[in-house]
Design a protein around this ligand. Structure first.
Ligand code: ADP
Ligand code: MG
Ligand code: ZN
Length: 480
């Protein structure tokens, strides 16, 4: 039954901008801290206090707008959105309705059936509200205005997504862009990235959109996926029972896996929007836009292109190495030091990813220095250490940022490169294993592996396998 319906989803994503101070006053935007310490008359809505726009907010919003292929509104304006709620001390929020900072953009996401464009309707700047803290024990509610006036951009998509997977791919894309630009850390758990999900269903094959609901209070990708599935089923069941979906705002409770109606959907009219009289329009010159563009760091698609071109590494490598800004940074720094991109990539794609998975480390937590990885690659290339020793040393670079030269010296891991010592070890192994030698001569290749394995073990892995192979062959052939 449910297969006959298509899910239609549009997102309103709030991203907190990582400016040092708030959007209209000089208070700190720092997360946490004792209640109400980062406040002043402006962000607590005292009568007569006047807002002064933080230029950095506009710059960050423009940077995001450019990176999401939007058109920048070069004369934009703030509007007053009026509503009463205790976390909103002025009884209005300064936002943008008529002339938002950016419009008509898009980002691309990867889906199983290829690349898909998700259109962005608009992006606007606004101030965040404070936080209510409800205390159920003594039936009181307290308010903390530290977050009041923290700058936000709201990015409104067109209803272009069709599944939870597409929604998550879109959010990951926005998060990556914002992180690469350095305009936000986008932590869902701390609320620096929040998504409201607008969802409707329609019979497969029909054009017209169904009535949508909007779900709030989603602070993890898991909660978003659950909420989408739950709401989709709820709407389909209503329609199947011949009932109607009511346009409303719902709150998703991830513990109970159920959404509740909060309020019927308000209209822009309900907010009595009007141009904010305390702020002049913002004029964004061509020159300012080009300056911001010039400062725009390279984003992931360009990085991938450059890696394949300049470093001549496979596209697959380039894609994985750029998934996080931090990993790309380590990669580039290491390549700069040792000039061997493919080798650096192999270490990172192989051993580093393996250890990250094993130890449950996130890219942001990596703290080994590129110098040490570069040195390790040198040591291994010079044949100073064998590849098995190199792997062991890398584990120590990864775990405690060990200096490979020092470590190898302290642990006596230098390769045995003295031909005489290698011959001596191999000779012993051959003498002690007449069976394997006979098998090998009888044509059993496997027996060679046994002799090789024992020789490497006798050398404690500290020898170049190619050199050892050569010596074994020479000795066995000489015996004939
Ligand atoms: P509002 O300002 O009332 O929230 P908007 O028209 O700005 O309404 O739309 C808000 C979000 O809802 C947008 O992301 C949009 O893509 C999405 N949306 C609009 N109509 C639908 C629909 N029928 N089904 C799903 N999402 C929708
Ligand atoms: Mg809305
Ligand atoms: Zn303030």
């Amino acid at each position: 039954m449910t297969g006959q319906y298509e899910t239609v989803i549009g997102l309103e994503v709030h991203i907190e901008l990582a400016t040092k101070t708030k959007i209209f006053c000089g208070c700190s935007t720092e997360f946490g801290g004792a209640p109400n310490i980062h406040t002043c008359p402006v962000c607590t809505g005292m009568p007569g206090a006047l807002p002064v726009l933080n230029k950095k907010v506009v710059e960050y919003a423009v940077a995001l707008g450019i990176a999401t292929n939007c058109r920048i509104t070069q004369v934009c304006r703030f509007d007053r959105k009026n509503y009463f709620y205790p976390d909103n001390p002025q009884n209005y929020q300064i936002s943008q309705l008529y002339l938002p900072i950016a419009r008509n953009g898009c980002v691309e996401i990867e889906t199983p059936s290829g690349t898909k464009k998700i259109r962005i309707h608009e992006m606007h700047m606004e101030e965040d509200a404070g936080k209510l803290v409800h205390n159920e024990w003594d039936d009181t509610s307290l308010v903390d205005y530290n977050r009041s006036g923290v700058p936000l951009v709201e990015i409104v998509s067109e209803p272009d997504m069709r599944s939870a997977d597409e929604v998550i791919a879109y959010l990951e894309k926005l998060r990556m862009i914002a992180q690469y630009l350095g305009v936000s850390d986008c932590k869902l758990q701390e609320g620096s990235m929040r998504a409201d999900v607008n969802l409707s269903v329609r019979r497969a094959g029909t054009e017209e959109f169904g009535t949508r609901t909007e779900m709030k209070n989603l602070n993890s990708f898991k909660a978003i996926a659950h909420a989408i599935e739950g709401e989709r089923m709820r709407q389909i069941e209503l329609l199947e029972a011949g009932k109607e979906v009511v346009q409303e705002t719902r709150r998703w409770d991830d513990n109970k896996e159920h959404s509740y109606a909060m309020r019927s959907k308000e209209d822009a009219r309900d907010y009595r929007y009007f141009p904010e009289p305390d702020l002049v329009p913002v004029v964004i010159s061509d020159q300012w836009i080009s300056e911001i563009k010039a400062r725009q760091p390279e984003l992931r698609p360009e990085k991938i292109e450059r890696y394949t071109r300049e470093f001549d590494i496979p596209r697959y490598d380039a894609e994985l190495l750029t998934e996080s800004w931090k990993i790309a940074d380590i990669f580039e720094k290491t390549v700069q030091l040792c000039g061997k991109p493919k080798k650096v990539s192999n270490w990172m794609m192989g051993e580093m990813f393996r250890l990250m998975k094993e130890k449950g480390k996130e890219p942001e937590e990596l703290d080994f220095s590129p110098e040490h990885l570069a040195k390790l690659i040198e040591l291994s290339d010079q044949g100073a250490i064998s590849s098995s020793v190199a792997k062991k040393v890398f584990e120590h670079i990864f775990a405690e940022n060990a200096d490979p030269e020092k470590y190898v010296e302290e642990q006596g891991l230098m390769s045995v490169s003295d031909e005489g010592a290698l011959r001596e070890a191999v000779e012993k192994v051959i003498a002690q294993n007449p069976r394997a030698v006979a098998d090998y001569k009888g044509g059993r290749q496997k027996a060679f592996g046994a002799i090789m394995g024992q020789s490497m073990r006798a050398l404690k892995g500290k020898a170049d396998p190619a050199a050892v192979t050569k010596i074994i062959r020479e000795m066995l052939d000489a015996q004939q």
